[in-house]
Every structure is written in structure tokens, then in C-alpha cells.
Design a protein around this ligand. Structure first.
Ligand SMILES: [Zn+2]
Length: 136
């Protein structure tokens, strides 16, 4: 990765596995302007998972952003909705990764995973999710 300021190459000075994100945190240094910044590498689920809907034979790339937005919208009544939605989305992705077979995410499995995760977290958010996003 290049430096975010001068665009020269960077060196990794530290890195750590992030279990809750299934990702890798890296500390990077630019040898030219001496700036230090962090990056987080996570899977691009759109390239490894496909969403299988009940009413369609067509598969669509799994979209983490769509999942995140639906969780965020369901948590908007909470003061830390942005951060909590990110954490819950990561939790759902890790739970899904335990049941996905051959890269196929069945919409009923996704729905159950979201329901279980939200009901354990905040029942009001589950009500909002069911009202606005439980369609298919
Ligand atoms: Zn630089």
C-alpha cells in the first residue's frame, strides 16, 4: 500500500489478527515523509459468497454494505448505532461463515442469523428490522 500523503511505498511495522472482524490490522510507515497510519484488511464477501433468494434462481453477490445498512437502520434509536451496527455486522458475518457451504448464503439462514443476533442485543432493533427489511 502506498502512503496516504506522498504516495510512496510503505513498510509494515506491526500487525495483528482481529478475530471479531476476521481481519488483519497493520501499522504502516512511510520512509519518505515518516507518517504512520493503520490499515485493516477484511474479506471482500462479494467475491466469495452469493446470496440465494427463495423466489429467484439467480444468485447475487453477497453485499456486506446492504447488511450493514439494514442493521444500522434498525439501531437508529441507539446513540452508538454506527459502531454497534459495524460490530453486529461482523458478528453476523462470522456466524454465517460457520454455516455457508460452497459460498452460498441462503436468505433464510441470513434472516435467522440476523434475528438471533438482534434479539440477543436489543429487541426493539429486531422489531424495526422485521418491519423494514424482512422481505423476500
Ligand atoms: Zn509518505
Amino acid at each position: 500500500m502506498v502512503c496516504i500523503y506522498c504516495k510512496n511505498s510503505t513498510k509494515i511495522s506491526n500487525s495483528r489478527h482481529l478475530a471479531r472482524k476476521n481481519g488483519t490490522w497493520r501499522r504502516r510507515n512511510c520512509q519518505i515523509c515518516n507518517v504512520t497510519f493503520s490499515t485493516i484488511e477484511t474479506p471482500d464477501y462479494s467475491t466469495i459468497w452469493s446470496l440465494a433468494r427463495n423466489n429467484s434462481k439467480r444468485l447475487e453477490p453477497f453485499n456486506r454494505t446492504k447488511l450493514y445498512i439494514s442493521i444500522y437502520e434498525s439501531l437508529k434509536h441507539r446513540p452508538r448505532a454506527l459502531e454497534e451496527a459495524d460490530e453486529l455486522t461482523n458478528t453476523i458475518l462470522i456466524r454465517l461463515s460457520n454455516i455457508v457451504i460452497d459460498g452460498l448464503v441462503f436468505v433464510d439462514d441470513l434472516r435467522n442469523c440476523v434475528f438471533n443476533t438482534l434479539s440477543n442485543f436489543d429487541n426493539t432493533s429486531l422489531v424495526y428490522y422485521k418491519a423494514y427489511f424482512d422481505k423476500d
